[in-house]
Ligand binder design. Structure first.
Ligand code: DX5
Ligand code: ZN
Length: 218
C-alpha cells in the first residue's frame, strides 16, 4: 500500500492548521511546496510556515524546495521541523546538500523535472530516501498531468527493485482519480495531490478515494 501526500499549496493559508486537520486522519504525509519566484515563476511559503505548522501537527512534513539556493535555507528548514527536504537535480551536484540534510537528521529527497532524463538521478539512488518525479512543470497547482513521466517512473521502479534499494518513488502534479491509478501501476509509492484533495469539500473522502483508485481498498 502506498502513501498519499496532500499538497498544502492548495490550502486556504489563512486557515492552515485547520486545513491540515482535515487530512490528518486519512493522509500519510504533508507535502509543502516552497517556491522562490526564480527557480519557478511563483512564490509560495518558506521555513517560517513550517515552523508555525510544526507544533500544530504530528504529520510528516515533506518539503519540496523549488528554489535556486536550497543550501542557504536547509538549516532553517531543519530547525523549523521539516522531516525531509527534496532538492532539484537541475541545480547541479546535490551531494553537499545531502550531507547537510543527514547531519540535521532529515531524510533526503531528490526531484527531477518533466524534461529531465532519469540518467540525471540514477547516480544518487543509493544516497537518497525519496525520488520525486514532477508530472507537471513546477510552479503551480491545478495543472494537467504529463503522462510521459510514467515511462521514467517505470524505469526507476525497475532499477530500485533490481538493486533492492529503499528509496521511495513519489510523483507530484496533476494527480487525481484518473491519474492516480496510472502512477501507482507505474510504481509510485507516494502520490502528491493538491487540488484533487483541497479542492474538494470533504478532504478525507477525497484522500481515501485517491488511495482506493490507486491501490484498492485492501
Ligand atoms: C507544483 C507543486 C505541486 C502542486 C501539485 O509545482 O510541486 O506539489 O502543489 O498540485 P496539483 O495536485 O493541484 O497538481
Ligand atoms: Zn511539490
Amino acid at each position: 500500500m502506498g502513501k498519499i501526500a496532500p499538497s498544502i499549496l492548495a490550502c486556504d493559508f489563512s486557515e492552515l492548521a485547520a486545513e491540515v486537520e482535515t487530512v490528518t486522519a486519512d493522509a500519510d504525509l504533508l507535502h509543502v511546496d516552497v517556491m522562490d519566484g526564480h527557480f519557478v515563476p511563483n512564490l509560495s511559503i518558506g521555513a517560517p510556515v513550517v515552523k508555525s505548522l510544526r507544533p500544530r501537527t504530528d504529520m510528516y512534513l515533506d518539503c519540496h524546495l523549488m528554489i535556486d539556493n536550497p543550501g542557504d535555507l536547509l538549516d532553517d528548514f531543519a530547525a523549523a521541523g521539516a522531516d525531509s527536504c527534496t532538492v532539484h537535480v537541475e541545480l547541479g551536484d546535490p551531494r553537499p546538500l545531502f550531507d547537510r540534510m543527514r547531519k540535521h537528521g532529515m531524510r533526503v529527497g531528490l526531484v527531477l523535472n518533466p524534461e529531465t532524463r532519469l540518467d540525471a538521478v540514477v547516480p544518487y539512488l543509493e544516497e537518497i530516501d525519496i525520488l520525486l518525479f514532477m508530472s507537471v512543470h513546477p510552479g503551480f497547482g491545478g495543472q494537467a498531468f504529463l503522462p510521459d513521466v510514467l515511462d521514467k517512473l517505470r524505469a526507476a521502479r525497475t532499477i530500485v527493485d533490481e538493486r533492492g534499494l529503499a528509496v521511495e518513488l513519489e510523483i507530484d502534479g496533476g494527480i487525481n482519480l484518473d491519474t492516480a491509478p496510472l502512477a501507482a501501476a507505474a510504481g509510485a509509492d507516494i502520490l502528491v495531490a493538491g487540488s484533487a484533495i483541497f479542492g474538494q469539500p470533504d478532504r478525507g473522502a477525497a484522500t481515501r478515494a485517491i488511495r482506493e483508485a490507486a491501490w484498492g481498498t485492501a
